[in-house]
Design a protein around this ligand. Structure first.
Ligand SMILES: [Zn+2]
Length: 252
């Protein structure tokens, strides 16, 4: 089995109500609209927790500035590449370069929002991920657009909801083109309120999560799923042993 992980930055569960493909995925995938982020619900700490299956207090990155780990926990891409699995990531926010150590990625493709409009970042990252699917064992596709719209116009604003919908057009495109041996995990890193996020409140902490593929029962609603559960779920799907330090539980 191979895994495509899609993360839509700042996507709240209530932003999906008018997105037909999201509603369709609720029938095809195991899912939760009550998944939880980590504290603080901030982009880089969340991604570090997702890829290392520990809380920010343990990996040490508690802001959007990366901190080298004091007592290093092995990350998902390091574990997979050590087990000869090919990992690739497609992203649009350069700080994410630190979620995998040098040497653990086959392809690392940045379409920086500094130089490319948001829509093109989503498009080009999706195209890159699509092309890499046949070669890779684990592909990470990241879309930042909704979080930017949330900060600029407010979470749940019209502009924010349009950004979420734009990302889902590309989710539909890549999920529909998926080779049969792939499972998909789709999540957000955190939510948001007003024009910000980072507080331990439901609006910031609650995220939607979908698990699609043969091992996951269609239409099953999952309970108590946390961001930290994703890395052990990916290793379980790929038949690789999870490090002892990891705190999350596999959903397989
Ligand atoms: Zn974020």
């Amino acid at each position: 089995m191979k895994v495509l992980l899609i993360l839509i930055d700042g996507m709240r569960p209530d932003a999906l109500e008018n997105i037909p493909f999201a509603q369709e995925l609720k029938k095809k995938a195991s899912y939760t609209m009550q998944g939880t982020s980590v504290v603080p619900p901030v982009t880089l700490p969340c991604h570090m927790s997702l890829f290392h299956s520990v809380d920010p207090t343990r990996h040490g990155t508690t802001t959007n500035t990366y901190m080298p780990q004091v007592r290093p926990v092995e990350g998902l891409c390091e574990v997979l590449s050590r087990n000869k699995k090919r990992c690739s990531m497609f992203y649009s926010w350069e700080q994410l370069r630190d979620i995998a150590r040098p040497g653990s990625l086959a392809v690392s493709q940045l379409h920086s929002v500094k130089y490319v409009p948001w829509e093109d970042c989503v498009k080009q990252s999706t195209q890159g991920a699509l092309a890499e699917l046949p070669n890779a064992d684990f592909v990470f596709l990241y879309m930042a657009y909704p979080d930017d719209a949330g900060h600029k116009f407010g979470y749940m604003s019209r502009e924010y909801l349009e950004a979420v919908a734009f990302c889902w057009e590309h989710v539909e495109q890549i999920v529909s083109a998926l080779p049969e041996d792939y499972a998909v995990i789709l999540t957000a890193d955190h939510g948001g309120h007003d024009r910000t996020h980072g507080l331990e409140i439901p609006e910031d902490m609650t995220i939607p999560m979908f698990f699609l593929g043969k091992p996951f029962a269609p239409g099953k609603e999952l309970d108590y799923v946390n961001l930290k559960d994703i890395a052990p779920t990916v290793t379980a799907l790929l038949g690789v042993e999870a490090p002892e330090d990891w705190e999350g539980k596999s959903q397989v």
